[in-house]
Each structure stands twice: as C-alpha cells, then as structure tokens.
Design a protein around this ligand. Sequence first.
Ligand SMILES: [Zn+2]
Length: 358
Amino acid sequence: MKSKKTGLSYPFGEQKPAAAQWLQVAEGVYWVRMPLPFALDHINVWLLRDEIEGQQGWTLVDTGVSRPEVQDLWQQIEAEYLEGLPILRVVVTHMHPDHVGLAGWFCQRWQAPLYMSLTDYALACLWAIPDQGDAVLGGTGGVSAAVHFAQHGLVDPDALTQIEQRSSYYAQLVQAPPKQVDRLLHNRVLTIAGRAWRCMVGYGHAPEHIALYCEELGVLISGDMVLPTISTNVSVFAYEPEADSLTLYLDSLLCYLELPKETLVLPSHGLPFYGLHARVEYLQQHHAERLTETLEACQRSEGCSAAELVPVLFKRQLDMHQLTFAMGEALAHLHCLYFQGQLQRRVDEQGVYKFYAT
Ligand SMILES: [Zn+2]
C-alpha cells in the first residue's frame, strides 16, 4: 500500500530476512541483513546469482563490518544458501565501514576480484591501516578530525578527546582491502547473470559512490544515496575541509529522477521500496528547508559556526558517533550557501569559523 504522506510503498511489508537468512527480492537477487554496532543497527547487502565465463556462482554487493559475529553469520549463509557455489566477485558501493568492512576477507577466501570506484578503494586502503588512516587523513576520528571540528566550534574538551582517541576507528571495522581493484566508473555496465547492471556514480555522501541499476529487472541497488526513512549523511570532514558536499549530493540525486518511477529500490538501510521519485523530491525539499534554517541562523550579527548550527538542524539527542556526522552535515549546509555566495566566513578570536549572511 502506498503511503499518502511519503509516496512510498514497501512490497515486502515489514518483512525482513532474519539473521543468517535471506529473502528473495527479484529474480536472482537476494537480501541479507547484517548487524551494525551503531544506533543504526543494520546494513542490507545483496547476493546476486551470477555466471561469469561459464562458471556458476554469486556476486556479492557490500559486505558488513569486520566483526567476528558478522563473519559467523556469513559462514552460515555460505553453508546453507549458496548451493555450494563460490562468490565470484565482490562489488562495493562505497568506502564506509559497513559496506567495505569484509571485502578483503571475502576476496581472499574466494580468490574473488573487488569491484569499486578507484577513489573509494584508495581511501579505504589508506584508512584501513591502523593508527595511520584516520589520524593522518581525518575522517570522523583522530587528531586531524578533532582539529577540524574544533575549528568549526566544537569546544567541549571531553568530546574532542574522544574524537582524538578514535584514530583507529575505521581500521577496527575494516580489513585491509585486496591489493587490486576492478574500477567502477559512471555508466560502466556489469553483466551479472546475463543482465546489464549500470553503474551510477554519486557524490557528497562518499567520495565516489556507485549505485547499480538493472533496467531489465527494474531494480536499483541504491547503496546509501537514497534511503527510505533516514536522510543520507552528507558531510564535510577533515580530509577534504573545503568540500561542497551538499551541492555534490543534490546534483547527484538528479540522475535518479531519470529512472522509471516504478523502480524497485534496494537501499543499504531500511526496507526495499517503490517511490524513488517521491523520495528524491522529499530529500530535495528536506535540504532546501535545512538550508533556509541555516541561512536564518547566519543572519544574527554574531554569525554562526557549524557547532552552533548542530542543535538548529538536529533537534534530538546525539551520541558521539552521531555528533561527528552532525558536525560534518552542519558544515556541508554552511558550505553550500557559502559557495553559492549567500554566506561569508571569518575566523573569530578563538580560531573558529563563523558564517554570516551576505
Ligand atoms: Zn555510507
């Protein structure tokens, strides 16, 4: 049933695969859910029946994080569901730990190639090095992340210490990826079980996110670019402090409006749904409203930092993990308006960036 409010409908209702089980969602496409150690407690990954050069097997899309309990669940699925056939290749939508975490493990055990955008592959390789990745490059943890957030007004010493200490946060959830990658590019077509799946690049959430669209099946594996109930995190992090992530994300959403309205969307979080256009239009409106709030907050004579914008945009209580994403997202909204010329910025006496309406 289509919801009048959201324009979305869920063809499988509230049904979802139990732990170590799968649910078929389209011909040859199977849905697996893996647990996550965050407030967002699961990721959806996909097994696609495949045949490559005469060899029968499976293509896996995304993997879950590297944790023993996730590996146990995978070994149960491999034993019970894969008909004794191998994983022939591993496709990863983007570099975030819940997607790429076990790619190295799968590729090594099955001697399977990894398919991924080169940008996300390279960053995953760097960040997966313990004590060096985040600390050097600055994702959501480590010294440079703490400096970045402090420059944007996060002054709570406890919070900054916690962020500094998360320097191996990524490496704890991601095994080293394999040494080689098969590069995914926008519009590259992967043939999976004889069907064409077209890569659709998306920016703003991850450096170079790849979604997969199969016209024949009418199915979009949307990764994190389009989710049914939560809005995708769009952040400016320390490794790319001048990024205009929100503009990139909003521009990237447009290509989904070119797909048929009746496309079945398989998202990385939440339930498979119909209503792709309605969801994209909601997200566009959502960010337009957040941008209006951002502009209003910057009209005060004292200006507004990213930290001061967080409670304006996020009205709920945030844990430390969520706070880092909220800081990144607040900055993405400020940067969007700044690069449009609607805001100016100055560094105050405390060394904090303040944004002012022009
Ligand atoms: Zn993600």
